[in-house]
Design a protein around this ligand. Structure first.
Ligand SMILES: Cc1cc2nc3c(=O)[nH]c(=O)nc-3n(C[C@H](O)[C@H](O)[C@H](O)COP(=O)(O)OP(=O)(O)OC[C@H]3O[C@@H](n4cnc5c(N)ncnc54)[C@H](O)[C@@H]3O)c2cc1C
Ligand code: FES
Length: 336
């Protein structure tokens, strides 16, 4: 009663936000530029942090212009870092709200919200004898977490970036090459052109014998999945996508978020998660790419289209939709 309308925990949050039992948060302790448009964010997680497996990602909630936005970022720190801090490495994308905020504006001391690490883009135990990492751009981040864990003996990496200065972690990668831990081929797409996956054998003759982890833009991953499939070794390829593959868009419609009382016009290609956030509606979210179901919301009326398949879902009692991969297909009402 004494502290109403705030709870005692609200006061504790002010003095000890990282304490055990509090909602999981982290304090940004440093922001280290990596390239002209990427930076590593050093975070001290709160007491409830359970630790991660190399290759996993964490959802980070960041307050940008007064709104909390959640995004997934791969953990780039080794799992055994003694100081208890973790790192994510973020590449600022054009018009990207959270990535630009973290790379260009985040300051040490800032608190961010965290979820426990998750994801199955990880090395199995026992470790494979021969590994290939196939990465491009910021897709290097989960693999850097694996490399820093130093787990495998025979590691080959093919990494693509526009120019040498765009290669995130380049100095560290070259040190690993120098000490014999890694064999690396860099492809600088501005001068070499994009990687022709059908010629991978010229770079890595035994690629089909290697267990492969690939992360990068959809074009690279789609080509890799086709290539591995054509050679009958699809089970040796593990991929991580940073955004869902959108194959179908249609007409949009007027979207009502009935719990909040907001109504906006949406096109048929923008995920309802983005539509709701843009309208200031508090939308639950997770991976933002259709894998975690952290964004499901009841569809009360109308119809939505699954952007990955084109499948239409119509409202009926109890229907839940994944707002991160669904767009309006005519007028609809989302219970948020
Ligand atoms: C499992 C997982 C791990 C991830 N790990 C990392 C990581 O380690 N480092 C990292 O930098 N990012 C990572 N991402 C991507 C990250 O979650 C965000 O999608 C990215 O930072 C863009 O967010 P934003 O708020 O800046 O862009 P938004 O404001 O959401 O989007 C701005 C514009 O960019 C487009 N867009 C959104 N995401 C991307 C993207 N990834 N690439 C190109 N265009 C995009 C949108 O369609 C929109 O047009 C990961 C994503 C997933 C699902
Ligand atoms: S946010 Fe993960 S499935 Fe939609």
């Amino acid at each position: 009663m004494v502290t109403t309308p705030l709870l005692p925990s609200d006061y504790l949050d002010l003095v000890s936000p990282l304490r055990a039992g509090a909602d999981l948060r982290g304090r940004i302790e440093a922001v280290r530029p990596e390239t002209s448009d990427s930076a590593t964010i050093v975070i001290r997680p709160g007491k409830g942090w359970r630790g991660h497996t190399a290759g996993q990602y964490v959802r980070v909630g960041v307050d940008v212009d007064g709104r909390r936005l959640w995004r997934a970022y791969s953990l780039t720190s080794p799992t055994n870092r003694r100081d208890g801090r973790v790192t994510i490495t973020v590449k600022a994308i054009p018009d990207g709200k959270v990535s630009n905020h973290l790379v260009r504006r985040a300051k040490p001391g800032t608190l961010v919200h965290l979820d426990q690490p998750t994801g199955d883009f990880v090395l199995p135990r026992p470790r494979p004898a021969k590994v290939l990492y196939l990465t491009a751009g910021s897709g290097i981040t989960p693999v850097m977490g694996m490399l820093r864990d130093g787990a495998c003996d025979d590691v080959v990496m093919v990494h693509c970036a526009p120019q040498p200065q765009d290669v995130i972690f380049r100095g560290e990668l070259h040190r690993l090459v120098a000490d014999g831990t890694l064999r690396l081929t860099e492809i600088h797409t501005d001068t070499d052109g994009v990687l022709d996956i059908t010629r991978l054998g010229e770079l890595v003759p035994d690629w089909a014998d290697r267990e492969t982890w690939a992360c990068g833009p959809a074009g690279l991953l789609d080509a890799a999945e086709g290539f591995w499939g054509d050679h009958g070794v699809a089970e040796r390829l593990h991929t991580e996508r940073f955004r869902p593959g959108v194959v179908v868009a249609g007409d949009g419609g007027r979207v009502t978020f009935s719990s909040t009382g907001r109504t906006v016009d949406a096109d048929g290609a923008t995920p309802l998660l983005d539509v709701g956030e843009e309208a200031g509606v508090l939308m639950p979210s997770g991976c933002r790419m259709g894998i975690c179901f952290g964004c499901v919301s009841p569809l009360k009326a109308g119809a939505v289209r699954d952007l990955r398949t084109g499948e239409i879902t119509e409202a009926e009692t109890g229907v839940l939709i994944q707002t991160c991969v669904s767009a309006a297909a005519g007028p609809c009402d989302i219970e948020r």
